[in-house]
Write a protein that binds this ligand. Structure first.
Ligand SMILES: [Zn+2]
Length: 73
């Protein structure tokens, strides 16, 4: 296990997908099957995404203890 190899599975992370807005028909880009139309404001349900939404527990930047992250760059 010395040579790095390309994993046989797609890398984790959002995948850009395209679809027509179901309300106004504009071709819109989304991530993992989730879309938000900038023309009419239509959005599809998050459950239509290709993968489950990340949970707070999965966020490595999640700060425990109930502290809010209020940094404003
Ligand atoms: Zn639309």
């Amino acid at each position: 296990m010395s040579a790095p190899s390309v994993p046989p599975v797609p890398p984790p992370g959002p995948e850009i997908t395209y679809a027509e807005c179901r309300q106004c028909g504009t071709l819109i880009a989304g991530l993992d099957g989730r879309y938000s139309c900038g023309v009419c404001g239509w959005v599809n349900h998050h459950s239509e995404g290709h993968r489950p939404l990340p949970r707070a527990e999965d966020d490595i930047d999640h700060t425990a203890g109930g502290a809010e992250d209020n940094r404003l760059s």
